[in-house]
Design a protein around this ligand. Structure first.
Ligand code: NG6
Ligand code: CA
Length: 514
């Protein structure tokens, strides 16, 4: 081959690497906003009023800074008032209630999102992104036979569009209390295999029910099975001694993994789904945060969450990635005080209102169940410090990123997603026309962007029937609220606004029939 060929190839490579180069704040070149990095920070059980910028009393300077540098949404929604269905819908673009079996998953559930599904990470992957998930999964692992903790854990995140995965399989309060990296439990010794049961006791580790004296945090309802790290969990687990986590190290571990993922050498932009364990129970902040807020363990994990956000932002800044990384910050469902451990969340709440001006909380059909903090920061495109009332739903991330990145997506599968890109970047002040909110027992509510909200009649209990003291919003007659003027849903106007009521019922039915 002649010299000209080599020179040609050389120039081509130079040109290629330049055109792919993203520059940071200090870079001279123009930022390529066509392929920004995307960091989706998804918190757990963080309420609408839990962030200082949303009115909370516990300082959250780093999250507030996200809002100061980005855009704060006042009408953003998770699709459900519990974790698994919210995550399912956000990652697939389909409301979870369309099929049975997508409620809060036990720790030994099979993979809920099957490999042939359209997903947010697949859209990103097809658009040329390297994709990762770090943190809480809670969407099941393995085929119909369930997860094989001692073998290859698949299907899982890697089969639905993630290139890398470092997860806790379910939640911190469920066994197995292990990390899973890609397909395997981290640090497993084959001589000490893991056994998990959600029915009968396995192995001889003590349980919280039999040995409460061994606990560093007492259970209040449920959560009295196998004790690991001084905390009893839901479910029984034997073996895997070398794999057991220390809850206090979650935040640092996830930040370290995120750092490795983000700083990896690559020509590709990244998409990282960073799902914190905070502020779910058990609330065991690292020692350096314990007792720092005066609001007890619940306050301390909020401080830890805020620290996490700060660390991630520092990382982006150091790498010159701040300018062209889209950071989305939100929560999977609303707040809860006592969710199964005696951590004094209720006793020490003081003037802090995790639900803000809203009624209800986690599990509830009232607003605080699904209306959540939502901040989008993208310095290259979004002017900082703005607030928007546009109505957005997390189910729209699939459609929005597909549209932005010029990717087709399977709309037969992702039936509920829409393109909300203009609202997400502050160009559409209105957003969605309406959206469905899923509460406990798959009971649905529907809210329109003009603020009217329908909670159809159902036979559910008026309070969450186990420990948490939370109003469900359920009654055996249809209720209509004007949430815009009555955010606390205090006045049922169904009798005085029968026409709106009929319209709303019709709209909800149409969505259900889709
Ligand atoms: C409930 C648990 C609660 C929490 C929730 C799921 C009991 C008594 N309560 O069943 O502690 O784990 O499930 O929370 O077991 S979520 O945010 O992951 O949906
Ligand atoms: Ca949750």
């Amino acid at each position: 081959m002649n010299k000209a060929y080599y020179v040609g190839v050389f120039l081509l490579l130079i040109g290629f690497s330049c055109s792919n180069k993203k520059t940071g704040v200090s870079g001279q070149e123009k930022v390529n906003t066509k392929e920004p990095n995307v960091l989706l920070i998804y918190t757990d059980d963080l309420g609408y009023g839990d962030v200082a910028k949303y009115g909370g009393q516990i300082p959250t300077p780093h999250i507030d800074e996200l809002a100061a540098d980005g855009m704060l949404f006042t009408n953003a929604y998770a699709t459900a008032a519990t974790c698994t269905p919210s995550r399912y819908a956000m990652l697939t673009g389909e409301y979870a209630w369309r099929a049975k079996g997508r409620g809060v998953a036990p720790g030994d559930a099979s993979a809920l999102i099957r490999p042939d599904r359209e997903t947010l990470p697949s859209v990103m992957q097809r658009a040329g992104y390297r994709t990762g998930v770090i943190g809480k999964w809670h969407l099941g692992l393995g085929g119909d036979e369930g997860p094989d903790w001692n073998g290859a854990l698949k299907p899982g995140p890697l089969e639905i569009g993630f290139d890398y995965s470092f997860i806790i399989p379910a939640t911190g309060d469920r066994v197995p209390t292990v990390f899973v990296e890609d397909h395997h439990v981290v640090g497993l010794d084959p001589e000490d295999p893991i056994q998990v049961s959600y029915r009968d006791k396995v192995g001889d580790r003590p349980t919280g029910k039999e040995h409460p004296e061994l606990l560093k945090m007492m259970w209040s309802h449920g959560h009295n099975h196998t004790i690991v790290n001084g905390v009893s969990r839901i479910g029984y687990m034997a073996g895997g001694e070398a794999t057991l986590w220390r809850d206090e190290d979650f935040a640092q571990t996830f930040v370290d993994k995120a750092s490795q993922f983000i700083t990896q050498e690559s020509d590709k932009p990244f998409f990282l789904y960073f799902a914190t364990h905070d502020i779910h129970v058990p609330r065991l902040a690292h020692e350096k945060f314990q007792g720092t807020t005066g609001f007890g363990p619940r306050g301390d994990v909020i401080a830890q969450l805020d620290w996490t956000v700060g660390e991630l932002m520092k990382l982006l800044k150091e790498r010159g990635m701040e300018e062209n990384t889209i950071v989305i910050f939100s929560s999977d469902n609303g707040p809860v005080l006592d969710d199964g451990y005696e951590d004094q969340a209720r006793e020490l709440i003081g003037d802090h209102k995790p639900w803000g001006t809203l009624r209800g909380g986690k599990y509830s059909a009232f607003e605080a169940g699904t209306r959540v903090p939502f901040i989008v920061k993208w310095p290259a495109q979004i002017e900082g410090g703005k607030t928007t009332d546009a109505m957005v739903s997390q189910v729209d991330l699939v459609g929005s990123f597909a549209e932005f990145l010029g990717q087709k997506y399977n709309a037969q599968q992702a039936v509920d997603t829409q393109n909300a890109w203009p609202a997400l970047v502050g160009e559409d002040p209105k957003g969605r026309e309406g959206l469905v909110q899923e509460a406990l027992f798959s009971n649905l509510a529907y809210i329109r962007r003009d603020g009217y909200k329908l909670i159809p009649a159902n036979n559910g209990p008026d309070m969450v029937p186990w420990g948490p003291v939370i109003e469900t919003g359920f009654t055996n007659k249809d209720q209509l609220f004007d949430v815009k003027n009555d955010p606390g849903e205090t006045k049922d106007i169904s009798l005085t606004s029968p026409k709106i009521m009929e319209e709303m019922k019709f709209a909800l039915q149409q969505i259900k029939d889709k």
